[in-house]
Design a protein around this ligand. Structure first.
Ligand SMILES: [Fe+2]
Ligand SMILES: [Fe+2]
Length: 210
């Protein structure tokens, strides 16, 4: 029995969070003093969190979503699934070129080159997220079993910063996404995890300086 497309709402919530985070990073570049080591370190810390979370998101999709659908997809669907993997590769390349600039931020006179790299990444990512939600996910949902889906969800639960990621997804999100995100956890676990995760996220924001 295939899973419902609506089960992939956390995927959509994550996409929104990635796009908000790039905006946040771009906004920070507007007033970042590249001559201040603490500000640069804070920016790099937040950038590393973003890139590691994005890489883990794509790795889980490449491992658990596309291969499962590829086993049963027809020729037209195979084209979409191959596009999903190709878009991940293009995003990784774009992210690495931004990475190369962020890592030497303290040696720069201005943030201009980094801004261009981040805007390129933002535009690629926005396109991929839309394509995935509208074309990729419906194909995956058509062929994925509940067992496959559970395995996919378990992979994200095992992330070391899983609670921090939940609080981050809610930062700047509309109320229905905030409640939808926390409702993924069973009530008693939510009551324990949510305040702890929010405290951890507030500490992280403070450490980054934005
Ligand atoms: Fe995704
Ligand atoms: Fe993706």
């Amino acid at each position: 029995m295939p899973v419902l497309s609506s089960k992939f709402r956390m995927n959509r919530f994550m996409h929104g969070a990635f796009l908000r985070e790039i905006d946040r990073l771009l906004g920070r570049l507007d007033d970042l003093d590249v001559g201040d080591p603490a500000q640069v370190a804070g920016f790099q810390l937040r950038w590393n969190f973003f890139t590691e979370t994005l890489a883990a998101h794509h790795a889980a999709e490449d491992q658990y979503l596309w291969p499962v659908a590829e086993r049963s997809a027809d020729a037209e669907e195979q084209v979409v699934l191959r596009a999903m993997s190709a878009e991940h590769d293009a995003l990784e390349e774009s992210q690495q070129s931004a990475d190369a600039q962020v890592s030497v931020l303290d040696e720069r006179d201005s943030t201009q080159g980094i801004e261009v790299a981040l805007r390129d990444l933002a535009s690629l990512l926005a396109g991929h997220c839309l394509h995935e939600e509208h074309a990729g996910v419906p194909i995956v949902a058509k062929y994925m079993t509940q067992e496959d889906f559970d395995e996919f969800m378990a992979s994200s639960r095992n992330l070391s910063d899983g609670d921090l990621i939940l609080a981050w997804v809610c930062d700047g999100a509309p109320p229905e996404i905030v409640s939808g995100t926390w409702s993924m956890l069973p009530g008693p676990i939510r009551m324990m995890v949510r305040p702890r995760a929010n405290r951890k996220y507030r500490r992280f924001v403070k450490e980054c300086g934005f």
